[in-house]
Design a protein. Structure first.
Length: 92
């Protein structure tokens, strides 16, 4: 399995809109991606940053998902940072 690691910065004034877009647009799109296994989206409100880790069955599925993250527009107030594909070497 492989995972897509993404970090973002969220503008304080757009926090509620970003949360809504995440729940109504981003999560459903990722959930329907080929090879999707599981996803987690986290936020540190004090730093206005978010991190997601989405797991896919294959490296190619993860690379395709990462490409979609890079090419799709981000929700209002969200600035895309790092997008990486990483191998899953253990889970619990």
């Amino acid at each position: 399995m492989h995972a897509v690691y993404v970090n973002v910065t969220i503008a304080q004034a757009q926090y509620d809109a970003a949360q809504k877009a995440l729940k109504e647009q981003v999560v459903p799109q990722v959930r329907s991606a080929p090879g999707f296994v599981k996803g987690y989206w986290t936020v540190d409100q004090s730093r206005r940053t978010g991190v997601s880790l989405t797991v896919f069955k294959s490296e190619q599925d993860a690379k395709s998902a990462a490409d979609r993250v890079r090419s799709n527009p981000t929700p209002p107030g969200v600035t895309l940072g790092t997008v990486e594909v990483r191998e899953v070497v253990a889970d619990a």
